[in-house]
Design a binder for this molecule. Structure first.
Ligand code: B12
Ligand code: SF4
Ligand code: SF4
Length: 391
């Protein structure tokens, strides 16, 4: 039996817990730990008003880029009651995914791909959703109530709610920082109709530090605590569906899926611990794959390599687009052969990125020699434009 079940719940039965909120909260925390959560805290709706205001400012400034789903129905996001009017308490949960090596080290290996830490193992959405459902089932069985569970994709402001529930604070890089786990915590939420004892909000411990702001390769922070997603490599390589804007291509380096720089720079990581969940741990083949091998993935091979991985979500073409940007930044002329082959790819997104990569790697005369015939055979407007600007 799971460790968390040994306690008041077993000795006195669920009815007792239902009538004693403090005992229920303690038993819930034990159950959460037994299910694999590393942090838990409780807050109530109505505790994230200032975050809601900032959110509306963020959307009004266009900082969300093409993430229309983020801007849709803001009333649901800025207050949990906008999503579900019966919610009385919000249980916030964290899962530690602390890496076992320095995530910045791979950035120096320019012929290899940097995949962000969160995407080197299984998809956290699936794992955390299962755990949230199990915990919610336990709660309903112990104290009859209605519940809803969320991880990442719903209209829930997970970071401000987690701060209100004392799991950590929203640092200047805008992510939640935990005193125990640094920047490496995934978040999930359970909304419930139960009135549960709340935790006090965590306070900001950033002080005068600005390490995360300084390290950002694309200057994505217009001010501390504010991110312009349109400049963030995580957005550019994952959410952005079209060609990557030229101004960011060099700064992307070899980051082909997400970015960890601001998280990794945080001094609070000195307290971080390696994640305890094997499914979230880095798969060997995704720690430092070569750009050459990734450039050869067709759709089937892409799907096979990224089974159960969050990377699968962006599809082979967007992935190859990112790999080609990294190839262009590799300074390794032998990789020009991969880019050249991909000039014939069926996807214009891939062909356009291949043009840019070749422009970076080939000597000017060689590039100019292949350009006229290639441009002539190209019917896609965006790819023709890549040829034009690449000279
Ligand atoms: C949209 C989104 C993104 C977007 C936008 C990121 C962003 N910072 O908003 C993009 C695609 C760029 C992104 C990237 C990443 N993401 Co993301 N993302 C989300 C998502 C779905 C919504 C976040 C949101 O509401 N953004 C809107 C903006 C307005 O909200 P905000 O950042 O909280 O903005 C606050 C601050 O700006 C602050 N503020 C504004 N002005 C001021 C002024 C002052 C004085 C103060 C104090 C505060 C302040 O108030 C705002 C409201 O709280 C959440 C999941 C969820 N449902 O919450 C995951 C989530 C935030 N992402 C997560 C992760 C892991 C990442 C990446 C690390 C992935 C990677 N390695 O590539 C990067 C990190 C980039 C970064 N520096 O933020 C985790 C973060 C976990 C944690 N510990 O915080 C989350 C919570 C998913 C999860 N369930 O675990 N993400
Ligand atoms: S994830 Fe990378 S690009 Fe995005 S804000 Fe952080 S350091 Fe900048
Ligand atoms: S790096 Fe410094 S400023 Fe940024 S979140 Fe961490 S403590 Fe705060």
């Amino acid at each position: 039996m799971a460790g968390g079940r040994a306690g008041v719940a077993d000795l006195r039965g669920p009815g007792f817990l239902n009538s004693d909120p403090t005992e229920l909260k303690a038993a819930l925390a034990r159950e959460a730990r037994a299910l694999g959560f590393d942090g838990i805290g409780i807050t109530a709706p109505g505790t994230i008003e200032s975050a809601g205001r900032y959110f509306l400012e963020f959307i009004a400034s266009g900082g969300h880029g093409d993430m229309e789903w983020l801007a849709a129905q803001p009333e649901r996001r800025i207050d949990p009651r906008g999503l579900w009017q019966d919610v009385r308490s919000v249980i916030m949960l964290g899962v530690n995914y602390g890496p076992d090596q320095d995530p910045l080290a791979i950035l120096k290996q320019r012929t290899r791909a940097a995949i962000s830490v969160y995407a080197q193992g299984d998809d956290y959405h699936d794992l955390i959703k299962k755990r949230l459902k199990a915990l919610a089932r336990w709660l309903v069985a112990t104290a009859p109530s209605d519940v809803k569970v969320f991880v990442d994709t719903a209209a829930v402001m997970e970071k401000p709610l987690a701060q209100a529930a004392h799991l950590g604070w929203q640092g200047k890089h805008t992510n939640l920082v935990s005193r125990e786990f640094g920047s490496w915590l995934f978040l999930g939420a359970i909304y419930t109709t139960l009135e549960l004892p709340r935790d006090d909000a965590e306070i900001d411990h950033c002080g005068s530090c600005h390490a995360c702001l300084d390290i950002c390769p694309t200057a994505a922070f217009p001010a501390p605590y504010k991110l312009d997603a349109r400049r963030c490599i995580s957005y550019l390589t994952i959410e952005n569906k079209g060609p990557i804007p030229h101004e960011f291509r060099k700064a992307i380096g070899n980051r082909i899926y997400g970015c960890d720089d601001c998280l990794a720079a945080c001094p609070w990581n000195k307290f971080a611990q390696e994640g305890r969940e094997a499914k979230l741990a880095a798969r060997d083949e995704l720690r430092a794959p070569t750009l050459a091998e990734l450039a050869r993935l067709d759709d089937a091979a892409f799907r096979a390599l990224f089974t159960k991985s969050p990377v699968k979500r962006i599809g082979r073409d967007r992935f190859l687009r990112n790999v080609l940007i990294a190839i262009g930044n590799s300074a390794d002329a032998t990789l020009a052969a991969e880019a050249r082959r991909l000039l014939e790819d069926a996807s214009p997104l891939v062909r356009g990125a291949a043009v840019w990569a070749l422009g970076q790697l080939l000597p000017r005369e060689e590039f100019d020699a292949i350009k006229p015939a290639a441009m002539d055979g190209e019917r896609d407007e965006d790819v023709r434009e890549e040829w034009q600007v690449a000279s």
